[in-house]
Design a protein around this ligand. Structure first.
Ligand code: ATP
Length: 299
């Protein structure tokens, strides 16, 4: 079979419409129940096949952000290495990442890049792995990677790797705003006391609203237990949520471990207005407007 010389693909970011932590397991991982939702915002991924250079294999990484690792610490590198080791691919490749998804922001940017590279290498070298087989490998690199392989609207349980596909989120507009701080997912989970969580979000209520195509009820039911850790430490997150609500969001919440805040809108003009106001707010470093997008970018 003939290998492809070049693969270009998109790595979409996600938000969490619901994020609950059920307990901390003995192995230190947290058992979660989350609703993952792909958004239109994505990183551009290009994989170039360099070919065999006298038995020397090189995985090159290039990104538009100087502070991101361009070596084996990049999740995209790890994903390529994982498959190339397993299938004994001795050729060199070069991966270009055009980073648009905010980094260390609760939007699974690195996981999504890794999932896109797993899929890209699978295609480039005609490995014939199914999505399920890619997910089994992806989870070795990160709990969110199996979800990112297929994207869409999904209930994620276990440590995030047990996935149930849901109907798409009812159509709406999503405004994303990230303050100029970065949050470590590991630190946030480390500070969460799962036994002391008072208000667990109604994950099945969110799912029922999605199934009824009822965006208003879905938005009202949203909840994220990690807000109890991140917001007290970074009150700016609460302030951005309040601005979203004042500007007419159906609801607004922190995504993942933060600090990205998103607002759900059912009216494009109200959403655009909120986007403009947040764009002009000095607390917001990155602001986007997108669809609730199993689809195209709109920012
Ligand atoms: P999650 O929502 O899964 O918790 P996140 O938004 O918190 O993800 P990422 O943007 O994936 O976090 O990045 C976390 C860290 O991983 C960054 O500090 C960065 O140095 C490192 N990293 C490695 N590879 C990548 C990549 N391809 N894109 C972004 N970050 C990467």
């Amino acid at each position: 079979m003939r290998y492809l010389d070049f693969v270009r693909t998109r790595a979409h970011g996600k938000i969490n419409l619901g994020l609950d932590v059920l307990r901390k397991r003995e192995d230190g991982y947290h058992e979660v129940r989350m609703i993952m939702q792909q958004v239109g915002l994505y990183d551009g991924i290009e994989i170039q096949r360099i070919g065999a250079i006298s038995g020397f294999r090189h995985i090159g990484i290039e990104t538009n952000l100087k502070y991101l690792p361009s070596n084996e610490n990049n999740l995209a590198y790890k994903a390529a290495e994982l498959l190339m080791d397993e299938f004994n691919i001795q050729e060199s490749i070069h991966i270009k990442i055009r980073k648009m998804i905010p980094v260390a922001a609760g939007m699974a940017g690195g996981s999504s890049d890794a999932a896109a590279v797993l899929k890209g290498i699978n295609r480039m070298f005609c490995l014939g792995l199914t999505d399920m087989q890619l997910k089994e490998r992806g989870v070795m690199l990160g709990a969110d990677i199996p979800y990112c392989v297929s994207g869409g609207t999904v209930l994620a349980e276990g440590i995030g790797e047990i996935l149930t596909t849901l109907p798409p989120m009812p159509s709406c507009y999503v405004v994303l705003a990230k303050p100029g701080i970065s949050v470590s997912t590991r630190t946030v989970y480390g500070r969460l006391n799962a036994e002391e969580i008072q208000n667990h979000p109604d994950i099945y209520g969110i799912i029922a609203a999605i199934e009824k195509r009822d965006i208003v009820t879905m938005a009202k039911a949203m909840g994220n237990v990690l807000e109890t850790v991140t917001i007290p430490e970074y009150p700016v997150i609460g302030e951005i949520k309040q601005i979203m609500m004042n500007m007419g969001a159906l609801n607004s919440m922190m995504s993942g471990s933060g600090p990205t805040v998103f607002g759900i809108f059912n009216d494009i003009d109200i959403a655009k207005n909120a986007y403009m106001v947040l764009k002009g707010n000095p607390s917001c470093r990155q602001v986007y407007i997108t669809d609730g997008g199993n689809g195209d970018e709109r920012y």
